[in-house]
Write a protein that binds this ligand. Structure first.
Ligand code: NI
Ligand code: MN
Length: 225
């Protein structure tokens, strides 16, 4: 399975058959590693409806026919564009032929550019026999330790480190300690001046304290699992 970083909080998870597109903010993203028309996802999944996560979702979904998974109020707004949606709430799991996605808590706020208030989430994804946890936009909170199912280890955690709108790189180290994943990929930093962060320092701090590996991906780079 490939995890391709598309810049900011956008990722594509892909195997030979299926492509999962997460938080596809490309238009207006100075770090975007793809244009909307270059992507042909099987499913789109959103952590929340802020513009830097909702992004090009509706355009990509309309062209590709991909359904969108998002928290119920956000899914309801998207469905008005004629896009097929799945609308779980926190704790809800949506099952697919390739695996499943579960909405888990994130501490943040959210309103779409159109004004729909929606509760932010993290995404726990089972795909290609791997567990991927996209934290979404969140601060540090102790219940992160509950996200991994009992006896299972998170394979890859996608962790915001930019500060200001999310946890910073120091709290992100503490988050990794709670989640205890095999691999960590930092995200949501250096897109704009307000969220500049030193990913190499985050990598060094994390790996000196916790038995995990931190992979710093540049936009467009792929982690192979
Ligand atoms: Ni946000
Ligand atoms: Mn954001």
């Amino acid at each position: 399975m490939d995890i391709r970083f598309l810049g900011h909080a956008a990722f594509e998870l892909a195997d030979a058959h299926t492509r999962l597109l997460l938080d596809p903010f490309l238009t207006g993203n100075p770090k975007a590693a793809a244009t909307p028309d270059q992507l042909d996802p099987s499913v789109i999944m959103l952590t929340h409806g802020h513009g830097d996560h909702l992004g090009d979702t509706v355009e990509i979904a309309k062209r590709s026919g991909a359904p969108v998974v998002a928290v119920v109020e956000l899914a309801s707004e998207i469905a008005q564009s004629g896009v097929q949606t799945f609308d779980p709430n926190l704790g809800g799991t949506v099952n697919f032929g390739w695996g499943w996605v579960k909405l888990v808590p994130a501490w943040h706020t959210s309103k779409t550019p159109q004004g729909t208030v929606n509760t932010p989430a993290g995404l726990l994804i089972k795909f290609a026999n791997k567990l991927i946890y996209h934290l979404g936009d969140t601060c540090l909170f102790s219940d992160m330790r509950l996200v991994s199912p009992p006896g299972e280890k998170i394979d890859v955690a996608l962790v915001p480190i930019g500060g200001h709108y999310t946890m910073d790189r120091f709290d992100a180290v503490r988050a990794v300690e709670l989640i205890d994943p095999s691999t960590v990929v930092p995200m949501h930093y250096n897109t704009f001046p307000l969220i500049e962060a030193d990913a190499d320092a985050f990598q060094a701090d994390t790996q000196s304290k916790i038995d995990t590996r931190v992979i710093v991906l540049q936009p467009g780079e792929t982690l192979q699992l």
